[in-house]
Ligand binder design. Structure first.
Ligand code: HEC
Length: 128
């Protein structure tokens, strides 16, 4: 075995070992979250600032107060909810939108899998 082959082998092992060590529920995987978002959320939500669709633009949503995307007409429930969107509040909202903000008009039942929620939140955190 040449030194180079050994190095490659070690690099390959290192990679798989580090993947193995990532705790499944830790931070969420933004790349997986983006794929989920495109499949499930993008029909109603743009990630471009100011581009509202059926739902408001989600550009910069993490850190934003609920119901404040410029130019979007919210339900009274959402307009008056005064929630600051953080990973914690988004997790609750996306688990069950109607339970967390009763009467809001997002026609979406919620994301059951905590992994999917963590991934989507990791992705939403990348949106400026
Ligand atoms: C069928 C359309 C639809 C789908 C699918 C949908 N949403 Fe929504 N979403 C809405 C609407 C409409 C609102 C506005 C709710 C209101 O005003 O009561 C909203 C509101 C929101 C808000 C609050 C935004 C703010 O400015 O306060 C967040 C966060 C959100 N959606 C995230 C998501 C995510 C993440 C997904 C995918 C898992 C998703 N939505 C899927 C239509 C949708």
């Amino acid at each position: 075995m040449t030194g180079k082959t050994l190095q490659r082998l070690l690099a390959a092992c290192g990679l798989s070992l580090s993947l193995w060590n990532v705790p499944a529920f830790a931070a969420g995987d933004a790349a997986a979250g983006q794929i989920f978002f495109k499949r499930v959320c993008a029909m109603c939500h743009s990630t471009v600032a100011g581009k509202n669709m059926i739902g408001p633009s989600l550009a910069g949503v993490v850190g934003r107060t609920s119901g404040t995307a410029p130019g979007y007409t919210y339900s009274h429930a959402m307009a008056n909810a005064h929630i600051v969107w953080s990973p914690e509040t988004l997790d609750k909202y996306l688990t069950s939108p109607q339970a967390f903000v009763p009467g809001n008009k997002m026609p979406y039942a919620g994301i059951r899998d905590p992994n999917d929620r963590a991934n989507v939140m990791a992705y939403l955190s990348t949106l400026k």
